[in-house]
Design a binder for this molecule. Structure first.
Ligand SMILES: *Cc1c(COP(=O)(O)O)cnc(C)c1O
Length: 624
C-alpha cells in the first residue's frame, strides 16, 4: 500500500489537479503562489483582527489578468504555429461577474490587449460603455428592444468599438430604423447563427436548432437582403455562436467551428466584405475536480486554441476567403479562479459527545455495558474489530429502543459511546490504511457546520450539483481523519454538501471551542456571486481585494462589508423605519421590561440591526 496514512494523499486536497500552480501547500498552510506568497489563513486572520465576521470573499485580480494573458498567449502561439493571418480579440461576458471588485481591476490590467466587455442587458451595456477602454471591443448579445439598440448607437457616438449581435430578424429591422433616425455612426452588426450542431451538457439549449438564440440559414439570407437593401452590408462585421458553458468535450466545438466557418465563407462570397470576425462565444471549461482521473474537461487550453486556429485556417483556405479574426467570450475561464470564499467551521456535530456527558446507570442494559467496555479497552490491535462491534451494537440498541425495551437515557449513552469509539478507533488506525477502514470512515461521517450560506455563495452546487474545490486553510501537515459532510447555516435541508464517495472530503478532528478552523472554497469567481440567493436573508459575504506591489508585498484593499440586517430588509422593500418603530413600540409597551433597562435593551437591538446576519464566532486572538 503506497500511501502512508489513512487519508493521504488527500492532505493536499488535489491542489495539483485544480490549482494550476496558483496555490501551494507549504508549512502546513495553503498559500497564494504569488509575490510574498501570503497564506490564506494569514489573510483571513488579518481581516478578522479588523473586526470582520462571518464568511469572507477574497479577490485576486492578478489571477483574472493572468487568465486573460494565458488565453491571448496561447492564441498568439497557435497563430504562429499555423501561420494564421487573422487577429485574435476577446471580451469578458459581464453576466459571469459584474461586481466592481472584479470588473474594474480586470479592464485596468488588460488595457494593452484587444480585450473588452460583452453585455447582455441594458444595465450591463451601461457598465460596458463606462468601463471598456475606448477602442477595445464591446459586444452586445441577447434579446434587444429599441431602447437597448439606441443605447448601442450612443456607445458608437461616444467612440466605442461596439458590435450589436442580432438574435433575430426583427432586431435587424430595428437597427435599420434607428440608423435612419440617429444617423452615423451605426454600430457594427453581428449575426448570431443557429447551429445545426447541438450544444452540450446542462447548457444544451445554448446551441442547436432548438436553441433559444440565433438565425436559421433562411434568416441569414433574409438578413443579407435587408442589409443590402439599406446599404448597411458594410456594417456586418461578425458572426457569432455560443454552444454552452463548461464544455467538457472539445468535439461539439469543433463541429460548431466547421459550421460557422462555412457560413462565414458563404456570407463573404455574397458580398459581406467587412465581415471579418468569427466569435466562438465562451464555454472554455474550468477544472473543478479535486480527484485525479475525474477531470472536468478532456482538453487543454493548448489543444483548444490549436483546434480553433487550425480549423478556421483550413476552412478559409478551402473556400478561398481571408482568415477571420478569432473572437472569444470566455467568462468562466477568466473569472472562476480569481475568488476564494473562506468560511469558519462553527461546530463539529460529534463534538457534543464527550465522556463527561455519559449518564451511565448502576445497572445498564448488557449491550450498553458492552459498548462501555469496548470504549475502555480499545487499542491499536483490536480497533478495527471493536469498531465493527460498536456499529453492530448500535443497530441492535436502536431497534431495542424502537421496541420499547430501553429508555432514552440508554439511547443517549449508546449514541455517545459509539461516537467516542469511532473517534478513538480512527485516531488509533490513522497510520494503518486499509480499504475496510476507509469504507467504515466513509460510512460514519462527521458533520461540519460552516458559517456560510450555500444558496448565497455556491448556488451552482445547489442548482447544478457543481462541485468546487474545498480544503482547510491550515493543518495541512496533519492527515485529516474525518470524512466530512458540510452544513451551511440556513435552515434549509438542501444547504448541505453531502459526503460523496466519488470525491470524498476528509477534514481534521478539531475542537472548535479551543481553536479556529477555516475552510476555503476555491474557484467561486464565476456566476456564483450574482446568482447567489438571499435565502433566509443571508447576504453577500464581506469581500476584499488582495493586491501585490512590485516588491511582492500584499495589500488588502477595498473591503466591502456584508450588508447589515436593516439594509437587507430595505433591499426587499421593507420600510425599515417602520420596522424600527414597531420594535421600539413593543419594547416600550412591554410590562416585563423595567424602565431602567429599556435604554440598554434598545441599544443592544440597534447593535444587532447594524450587523450582518452571519453567525458570530469566538475571536481566539482576543482570548475570548
Ligand atoms: C454566458 C455566455 C458566455 C460565457 O460563457 P462561459 O462558459 O462563462 O465562458 C459567452 N457568450 C455568451 C453569448 C454567453 O451567453
Amino acid at each position: 500500500m503506497p500511501s502512508t496514512s489513512l487519508t493521504d494523499p488527500k492532505k493536499s486536497y488535489g491542489i495539483h489537479v485544480w490549482g494550476e500552480g496558483n496555490y501551494i501547500v507549504e508549512d502546513g498552510v495553503v498559500k497564494v503562489n504569488y509575490g510574498s506568497k501570503p497564506s490564506l489563513i494569514e489573510l483571513t486572520k488579518t481581516m478578522r483582527e479588523q473586526g470582520y465576521k462571518g464568511p469572507l470573499l477574497f479577490r485576486f485580480p492578478h489571477l483574472a489578468a493572468q487568465n486573460v494573458r494565458t488565453l491571448f498567449n496561447h492564441f498568439e502561439r497557435a497563430k504562429k504555429e499555423f501561420n494564421y493571418q487573422g487577429k485574435f480579440k476577446a471580451v469578458f461576458p459581464l453576466k459571469v461577474n459584474q461586481f466592481p471588485g472584479f470588473v474594474i481591476p480586470l479592464v485596468e490590467a488588460t488595457k494593452d490587449l484587444e480585450y473588452g466587455l460583452e453585455a447582455g442587458s441594458k444595465a450591463e451595456l451601461i457598465l460596458a460603455m463606462s468601463y471598456t477602454n475606448l477602442g477595445k471591443p464591446i459586444t452586445v448579445n441577447g434579446f434587444k428592444d429599441q431602447e437597448l439598440i439606441s443605447m448601442g448607437f450612443l456607445a458608437a457616438k461616444m467612440g466605442h468599438n461596439i458590435t450589436l449581435t442580432i438574435e433575430g430578424i426583427n432586431e435587424l429591422e430595428v437597427i435599420i430604423k434607428e440608423a435612419k433616425r440617429l444617423g452615423s455612426p451605426t454600430p457594427k452588426i453581428g449575426l448570431r447563427i443557429r447551429l445545426h450542431t447541438g450544444g452540450i451538457g446542462i447548457w444544451a439549449k445554448s446551441g442547436g436548432y432548438s436553441s433559444k438564440f440565433g438565425l436559421t440559414s433562411t434568416e441569414l439570407l433574409e438578413a443579407m437582403d435587408l442589409l443590402k437593401k439599406h446599404n448597411l452590408t458594410d456594417r456586418l462585421s461578425m458572426i457569432h455562436f455560443h454552444i454552452g458553458s463548461q464544455m467538457n468535450h472539445i468535439s461539439p466545438l469543433k463541429k460548431a467551428i466547421r459550421e460557422a466557418g462555412n457560413i462565414y465563407a458563404e456570407l463573404r462570397k455574397m458580398g459581406a466584405n467587412n465581415l471579418r470576425a468569427i466569435n466562438i462565444g465562451g464555454g472554455l471549461a474550468v477544472e473543478y475536480s479535486q480527484q485525479e482521473g475525474q477531470s472536468s474537461r478532456n482538453y487543454t487550453i493548448e489543444e483548444f486554441t490549436n483546434d480553433v486556429v487550425f480549423l478556421l485556417k483550413e476552412i478559409a483556405n478551402a473556400k478561398g476567403v481571408q482568415e477571420p479574426t478569432i473572437f472569444t467570450e470566455s467568462g468562466r475561464y477568466v473569472a472562476a479562479n480569481h475568488a476564494v470564499l473562506v468560511a469558519p467551521v462553527l461546530e463539529l456535530f460529534s463534538q457534543e459527545y464527550s465522556e463527561e456527558i455519559l449518564r451511565l446507570k448502576e445497572e445498564n442494559p448488557p449491550l450498553v455495558q458492552e459498548l462501555y467496555d469496548l470504549y475502555c479497552s480499545i487499542s491499536t490491535k483490536n480497533a478495527r474489530e471493536y469498531l465493527h462491534d460498536a456499529l453492530d451494537h448500535m443497530e441492535s440498541l436502536l431497534t431495542l429502543f424502537d421496541l420499547g425495551y430501553i429508555d432514552l437515557t440508554d439511547r443517549a449513552n449508546t449514541e455517545t459511546l459509539v461516537h467516542l469509539i469511532i473517534k478513538k478507533a480512527l485516531e488509533l488506525l490513522r497510520n494503518k490504511p486499509s480499504k475496510e477502514i476507509k469504507a467504515i470512515l466513509d460510512r460514519v461521517q462527521e458533520r461540519y457546520l460552516v458559517n456560510f450560506s450555500l444558496f448565497q455563495s455556491l448556488p451552482d452546487y445547489w442548482g447544478l450539483a457543481q462541485n468546487f474545490p474545498v480544503m482547510p486553510l491550515d493543518r495541512l501537515d496533519q492527515a485529516p481523519t474525518r470524512s466530512a459532510s458540510l452544513w451551511d447555516i440556513t435552515c434549509d435541508s438542501d444547504g448541505e454538501i453531502a459526503f460523496n464517495i466519488e470525491s470524498p472530503l476528509y477534514l481534521h478532528d478539531v475542537d472548535v471551542e479551543k481553536e479556529e478552523y477555516f475552510l476555503g472554497f476555491f474557484k467561486v469567481g464565476a456566476y456564483q456571486e450574482i446568482l447567489g440567493m438571499r435565502h433566509n436573508l443571508f447576504t453577500h459575504p464581506t469581500e476584499a481585494i488582495v493586491r501585490f506591489d512590485e516588491n511582492g508585498d500584499y495589500f488588502i484593499e477595498e473591503i466591502i462589508e456584508a450588508q447589515n440586517i436593516l439594509d437587507v430588509l430595505d433591499d426587499i422593500d421593507y420600510d425599515t423605519k417602520e420596522i424600527e418603530r414597531r420594535i421600539r413600540q413593543l419594547l416600550e409597551e412591554s410590562e416585563i421590561i423595567q424602565e431602567d433597562e429599556r435604554k440598554e435593551i434598545l441599544g443592544e437591538l440597534y447593535l444587532y440591526l447594524s450587523e450582518n446576519g452571519y453567525l458570530r464566532t469566538i475571536n481566539f486572538s482576543e482570548g475570548g
